[in-house]
Design a protein around this ligand. Structure first.
Ligand SMILES: Nc1ncnc2c1ncn2[C@@H]1O[C@H](COP(=O)(O)OP(=O)(O)O)[C@@H](O)[C@H]1O
Ligand SMILES: [Mg+2]
Length: 325
């Protein structure tokens, strides 16, 4: 069953609606999936999550979340989903201890007595907060406050969970406990999860599928393994050239074996950096070296590294469709 089925979602901000945050997003998500929303700052991830959680009304488009209509059933959607925003820790009560904060919220989420106590103990343990149970929220770290806010939302035991940058403020231990809790909720309770992240490795570890957002549009939605397999084969060869204002004639990508795309950027002091995206770096390199020799280019540096998330965006957003699934 599709837990999320929306189409054409658009959202503009500003008095004259001058800022387009979403420009026609279609998204379908099946029950039990863990979807990673990836994208640079400002891509529209938070806006999309708020709309899907019934907190923000789209200007255009619509659909269903957990079977409720996105426009007419926003109140039902809000009651049926959990959302943890990056600022969720602002809502903690500083006059209650860590445990008391959870005890206060439990009945609001329909948890009472022994069941509430068990759930609270288990969340404190799984989020590595047992040692802080009797501390005041202002005396624990930002990462611990963030985990407490997550624990509070998880009291609700909802089937659909939205996590906006769940590991952003956390140290290594916090990241580990939050990631393992997300995996556990999904595997043991069947919770469907939508999370945003900047970290490719996090998406790889947690997500069954990823959607790449760029300037308010989903530019790719794929199973995470398929996306990575298709992109991992493409690697950048980077050249730094001391051009000193001289123009550089770059060959077309088709002229270099296995090259997919060539990108040229001019930096400070007339330096030029050229990125050649290749499906097979050893096959492309000799042709690159021939080009450098032939054109007598003053190359200062030539490197080839693994793809970063930024590279993935550069590729996915602008490359021809033969790259990737
Ligand atoms: N409340 C708001 N008022 C005006 N502009 C906003 C508001 N919220 C977000 N934006 C703008 O909308 C775009 C998308 O923002 P957002 O959804 O927060 O992206 P992300 O979460 O991917 O960083 C950005 O250009 C951002 O500046
Ligand atoms: Mg955001």
């Amino acid at each position: 069953m599709a837990v999320i089925a929306v189409a054409g979602l658009a959202k503009h901000y500003g008095r004259r609606r001058q800022t387009a945050a979403l420009r026609g997003v279609d998204l379908t998500l099946e029950d039990g999936a863990v979807l990673g929303l990836l994208g640079p700052n400002g891509a529209g991830k938070t806006t999309l999550i708020k709309i899907l959680a019934g907190l923000l009304r789209p200007d255009a488009g619509g659909g269903r979340v957990l079977g409720f209509d996105l426009l007419r059933g926003a109140r039902e959607i809000r009651a049926a989903v959990s959302l943890v925003a990056p600022t969720a820790d602002v809502g903690l009560d500083n006059n209650l201890t860590v445990r008391q904060n959870l005890v206060f919220w439990a009945p609001i989420y329909g948890l009472y007595g022994a069941r509430a106590r068990q759930r609270i103990d288990s969340l404190l343990a799984r989020l590595s907060l047992e040692g802080k149970a009797d501390a005041w929220p202002m005396h624990i770290s930002a990462g611990q406050r963030q985990r407490l806010a997550l624990a509070r939302s998880l009291l609700a035991e909802n089937r659909l969970l939205f996590l906006d940058e769940p590991t952003n403020k956390l140290d290594a231990e916090g990241v580990r406990s939050v990631r393992s809790l997300i995996a556990e909720l999904n595997q043991q309770q069947g919770t469907t999860v939508v999370l945003t992240t900047h970290v490719m490795e996090e998406a790889q570890e947690l997500c069954s599928e990823v959607a790449l957002l760029h300037r308010g549009a989903v530019v790719r939605h794929a199973e995470v393994g398929a996306l990575l397999r298709s992109l991992e084969e493409v690697r950048p060869i980077q050249l730094e050239i001391a051009a000193r204002g001289r123009p550089i004639a770059v060959p077309p990508a088709g002229a270099l074996p296995q090259a997919v795309r060539i990108q040229v950027q001019t930096g400070e002091g007339g330096a030029v950096s050229v990125t050649i995206w290749s499906r097979d770096v050893p096959a492309t390199t000799p042709a690159v070296v021939d080009w450098i020799r032939g054109a007598q280019l003053p190359v200062r540096k030539m490197t080839s590294q693994r793809l970063t998330l930024d590279d993935v965006f550069a590729l996915v957003h602008t490359s021809p469709p033969e790259v990737g699934p």
